[in-house]
Every structure is written in structure tokens, then in C-alpha cells.
Write a protein that binds this ligand. Structure first.
Ligand code: SAM
Ligand code: SF4
Length: 327
């Protein structure tokens, strides 16, 4: 098991498949100038499947989520999913994606064994989408979402980040749209994980503000039993529709955290905000066996800190941005 000194057990693995992306969301990446990992540094498909196998077979991981960067840019994605679905005990498999290209691949991903997807979409306006992502791809995302739902990659969750003066007035419309389309909407508070280090606490939309905006139009009833899920959830107008808020900044959920992370270049991270990483790629390529890799992973997680440290005066943003860590 992946235990830490604060009594938590990590059973949920986030695997970043690439640090590259076809969008440039302002809260994540600069317009240009971000350098990518070189190909030899990236884990190969075989290496990813091997490490996921160690996590599932020896370390008690039950959930695997592929992310990035943009995971749909990874050419071997469908086969990686298929091979991970063949592992025993079979992990639940999901994907966090910006949705571009999902229209083409949703069916193949479902057939390969993917259980569900989260698609990121911050706005219903194509102009606002272009302002946030610096690309004209709004239609691709909407079609990707519909394809995921039609392929049965359900429940399809939509992740939205609100930015002051850009899309923060859209919260109620986004929720009405998601309910009508059968997607589960979750708002994510903006975190200090952008490559440009531009995040400011006073310039983020808080969970409290989001909920107040939603409550002007909907009746929200808190749902019990959050467990280790980062999202707090509410039934909308008595249900069955729901909405979630992931308030990593103003209402952190570190005490119940069950995450472990593997970057695209084979580093274990115990937290999104960690400043240290533990290398598995070097030992893997030097011939370590599964038991040795499992032991290195256990050691990497044992020292996980109690919290993200965001509220401490000494907080420093991690050197790598969200797109390279795997969000
Ligand atoms: N490219 C994929 C996508 O956008 O879904 C997967 C990777 S992306 C880093 C994962 C999630 O992190 C997305 O929902 C995105 O909106 C969110 N994200 C990126 N930067 C963020 C930030 N600074 N604060 C909060 N969420 C962020
Ligand atoms: Fe790309 Fe996702 Fe970052 Fe947007 S949030 S730039 S889609 S990795």
C-alpha cells in the first residue's frame, strides 16, 4: 500500500501522458516559450503500462486517470488504455482532456476499456473560449463532449475554471447547459500552478462566490458522503442533477487526499503542490524489478506533507507547471 505518516492511503493514480497541449489556457500556459520534454525523457507506452501495473498489482491503486498536458495528443493512448484495462485487479480508468479530437476517438477509447471522461470547458461563448485558450476550437470541444456521452463514457464531467472579468458571470448558464446536456459540472478554483506564475489570491473566483451566484438561480442541497473526492457536491433543484466545486485554495481537502501522481517523464509526486519528485524512470531503465520499483514508490509517498502549504507564508509554487505535473 502507499501509506504516509499522516495515516492516508493513496489509491488514486494520476498519470501524465505528455506535457504538450494544443490549447494555451491563460491560467495554465503562456502564449509561447514553454519548452517541452524531449522524447527520450518521456516514458514509453511499455514503461507506462509497466508502472501502472506495479501500482495496481503491488500498491493497492484502484483508480487510474490519464491526463497531461493534453492526453489525446499521445499517439499510443488507445493501446495504453487497453493494456491497463487488462491488468488485474482491473483498475477503473478515466481521462481528463480538453476534448479536442474526442469526437474521433471516444468510441475506440470506450472499446479499449476507458470508463469515463472529464472534459474541460470554461465557457459557452466561442469568443470567450478563444480569449481563455488562445485557440479557435470551441466547436471541437462541444462535439467531443457529445461523442463521449454517446459512446457511454459516463458520467461525463465538465471541469470549469472561472476567471474574474472573463467568464465569472457564466456560472448559472454553464450549470443550466450541463444539466440539459446530461453532463456533471464541477467548478475548479484557480490554483497557483500556471507556468507564468501569474496567479494572485485576490484575483481568483472563490467557491463561496461561485455558490452565491448559482444560488441566485438554483436551489442547492449539499450531498453527504464526499469521502476522499476533491469535489464538494450539491443536488440542484432537488436532483437528480448535481454540481460540484473543487475548492483546493479556500477549502482544501488534503486530510482525505488519496492521490499519487506519475509525470510523463517518470517522476512520482505525492501532491500537485509538492516541490520534490522521486525518480522511477532511472531505476526502471537500469533494470529494477517490480518489487524494487514498488518499494521506491512507497518511499516516495511516505513523506507526503499534511497539506498543500498554500496558506503558509513560506509557500512557493512548484517549479513545474500543471501541464507538466499532470492536472
Ligand atoms: N489538457 C487537459 C484538460 O485541460 O482537461 C488535461 C490537463 S489540465 C492541466 C487538467 C485540468 O486542470 C483542467 O480541467 C484545467 O482546467 C485545470 N487547470 C489547469 N491549470 C489550472 C489552474 N491554474 N488552476 C486550476 N485548474 C487548472
Ligand atoms: Fe492545455 Fe489543459 Fe493546460 Fe488548457 S488546461 S493549456 S487544455 S493542459
Amino acid at each position: 500500500m502507499l501509506l504516509d505518516t499522516h495515516g492516508r492511503t493513496a489509491t488514486d493514480l494520476r498519470v501524465s501522458l505528455t506535457d504538450r497541449c494544443n490549447l494555451r489556457c491563460t491560467y495554465c500556459m503562456p502564449e509561447e516559450g514553454l519548452s517541452w520534454l524531449a522524447k527520450p525523457e518521456l516514458l514509453t507506452d511499455d514503461e507506462i503500462v509497466r508502472l501502472v501495473g506495479v501500482a495496481v498489482g503491488q500498491l493497492g491503486v484502484t483508480e487510474v486517470r490519464f491526463t497531461g498536458g493534453e492526453p489525446l495528443l499521445r499517439p499510443g493512448l488507445v493501446s495504453v488504455v487497453e493494456r491497463c484495462a487488462a491488468l488485474r485487479p482491473r483498475p477503473r480508468l478515466s481521462l481528463t482532456t480538453n476534448g479536442i479530437g474526442l469526437e474521433r476517438t471516444a468510441g475506440a477509447l470506450r472499446a479499449a476499456g476507458l470508463d469515463r471522461v472529464n472534459v474541460s470547458l470554461d465557457t459557452l461563448s466561442s469568443q470567450t473560449f478563444e480569449r481563455i485558450t488562445r485557440r479557435r476550437r470551441h466547436g471541437d470541444v462541444l462535439r467531443g463532449l457529445a461523442a463521449a456521452r454517446d459512446a457511454g463514457l459516463t458520467p461525463v464531467k465538465v471541469n470549469a475554471v472561472l476567471l474574474p472579468g472573463v467568464n465569472d458571470s457564466e456560472a448559472p448558464e454553464l450549470l443550466a447547459w450541463a444539466l440539459a446536456e446530461g453532463y456533471e459540472l464541477r467548478f475548479i478554483e484557480q490554483m497557483p500552478l500556471d507556468a507564468q506564475h501569474g496567479w494572485q489570491r485576490g484575483r481568483m473566483v472563490t467557491a463561496e462566490e461561485i455558490l452565491a451566484a448559482l444560488e441566485r438561480r438554483f436551489t442547492l442541497t449539499p450531498e453527504e458522503g464526499r469521502g476522499s473526492a476533491p469535489a464538494e457536491r450539491w443536488l440542484v433543484d432537488g436532483g437528480p442533477g448535481r454540481v460540484g466545486v473543487i475548492a483546493s485554495v479556500t477549502r482544501p481537502f488534503c486530510r482525505a487526499c488519496d492521490r499519487t501522481r506519475l509525470t510523463a517523464d517518470g517522476q512520482v509526486r505525492d501532491c500537485l503542490f509538492a516541490r520534490e519528485e522521486s525518480d522511477l524512470r532511472g531505476p526502471l531503465r537500469a533494470g529494477a524489478d517490480d518489487a524494487e520499483l514498488a518499494e521506491l514508490w512507497r518511499r516516495a509517498m511516505w513523506g507526503k506533507k499534511a497539506g498543500s502549504g498554500l496558506d503558509e507564508p513560506t509557500f512557493e509554487q512548484p517549479a513545474r507547471p500543471m501541464s507538466a505535473i499532470g492536472g
